[in-house]
Write a protein that binds this ligand. Structure first.
Ligand SMILES: [Zn+2]
Length: 122
């Protein structure tokens, strides 16, 4: 992988992370401003662990996104970013630019979806 591509992807991931975190915080703010204030005192990678968030069903899609960006950041730290979490094949640049938090190659992604109950599908 060239270093130019690498840094473009890093930038893309960074933008996705701040966008998802901001969207999440705004959603919490709209529901419970005190909770939102408490969250801002924490490190963003601790947000998804806050039990109080699970009282709000409408926040669950945001929490899911938060966990996705946290997982991608963690993979980046481990040097595993951009690898399929199931078969470890390198994901294409196109896929990663489209969805910087992508966890699986197309093949494993469809296997994964097929292994989930229909109600869990996105
Ligand atoms: Zn795969």
């Amino acid at each position: 992988m060239s270093s130019i591509l690498e840094s473009q992807l890093e930038e893309r991931l960074g933008a996705e992370v701040s966008q998802q975190r901001q969207a999440f915080l705004q959603a919490v703010q709209a529901l419970d401003s005190e909770l939102a204030r408490q969250l801002t005192l924490l490190s963003p990678d601790e947000w998804a662990d806050q039990g109080a968030l699970y009282a709000w069903p409408q926040l669950q899609p945001y929490i899911k996104q938060l966990k996705k960006v946290d997982a991608a950041l963690c993979q980046q730290q481990l040097g595993l970013y951009g690898l399929c979490s199931d078969c470890e094949v390198e994901l294409s640049r196109e896929l990663l630019f489209q969805d910087p938090c992508r966890q699986r190659c197309s093949l494993c992604h469809s296997k994964f979806l097929n292994s989930q109950p229909a109600s869990w599908k996105l």
